[in-house]
Design a protein around this ligand. Structure first.
Ligand code: PRP
Length: 208
């Protein structure tokens, strides 16, 4: 049996659709109410619904063999697990954004970046050899440059409509994002046959 942690919310529906396309009957997950664990004994799977960062924690600690989680969460929290597959949904990108018509690099002082993803922001500017100050924001990060708290934000852009409706624009793309399949290091060895079967079925569904 493989226990898989599934990120609740935005990517949940697409993940379930991909598992169904791969031949796993996920009927119990359609009308789930407030239930958090779903056994699919015939499929040899058990799904656990969790918040994105917790998916990584459960997989790292080995209480889940695998997880479906966005590359955004992996980049911010990722430590020790295998990232074995791009699942081809949940496409968006990390971007450096700010007020329209402003040159982000103007001026001499260190820039201030507001973000829900301080590690991603820091890693990005470190890779460019630029020193920045990061300010952690919990949501609606777009407010920070509008209120004058930050020179820019590093955030997820999907359709771009949140930026547009608030007079903001993309300055630079930091990294592409999509949903990934991650696997616990021990499970990769101990349950190799099950993991191989799962990934080959998912791959076939993605190709078909
Ligand atoms: C995310 C992200 C942007 C928005 C981008 O926020 O932080 O604000 O979606 O999507 P768009 O390009 O399609 O407009 P989310 O909806 O998760 O809410 P939050 O800001 O409260 O975290």
């Amino acid at each position: 049996m493989l226990r898989i942690a599934l990120t609740k919310g935005r990517i949940e529906e697409k993940a379930i659709a991909l598992f169904e396309k791969s031949g796993y009957d996920c009927t119990p997950l359609h009308d789930k109410g407030r239930k958090l664990i779903f056994s699919l004994p015939e499929a040899g799977l058990e799904f656990v619904l969790a918040k994105a960062a917790d998916v990584i924690t459960y997989v790292e600690h080995g209480v889940c063999d695998a997880g479906v989680v966005g590359k955004d969460t992996i980049m911010e929290n990722g430590r020790s697990f295998f990232e074995i597959m791009d699942l081809g949904f949940g496409h968006c990108r990390f971007c450096l954004c700010g007020l329209e018509g402003k040159n982000f690099y103007d001026g001499y002082r260190d820039k201030k970046i507001a973000t829900k993803y301080p590690k991603v922001a820091k890693d990005y500017f470190d890779s460019k050899g630029i020193n920045v100050e990061t300010v952690k924001i919990e949501g609606s990060v777009e407010l920070a440059p509008l209120l004058g708290l930050a020179d820019g934000i590093v955030d997820i852009v999907e359709t771009g409509s949140t930026l547009k409706e608030n007079g903001l624009t993309v300055y630079e793309t930091v990294a592409p994002i999509s949903a990934r399949l991650i696997v616990n290091v021990a499970s990769m060895k101990l349950k190799k046959a099950e993991i191989d079967l799962l990934s080959s079925r998912l791959t076939r569904a993605l190709e078909g």
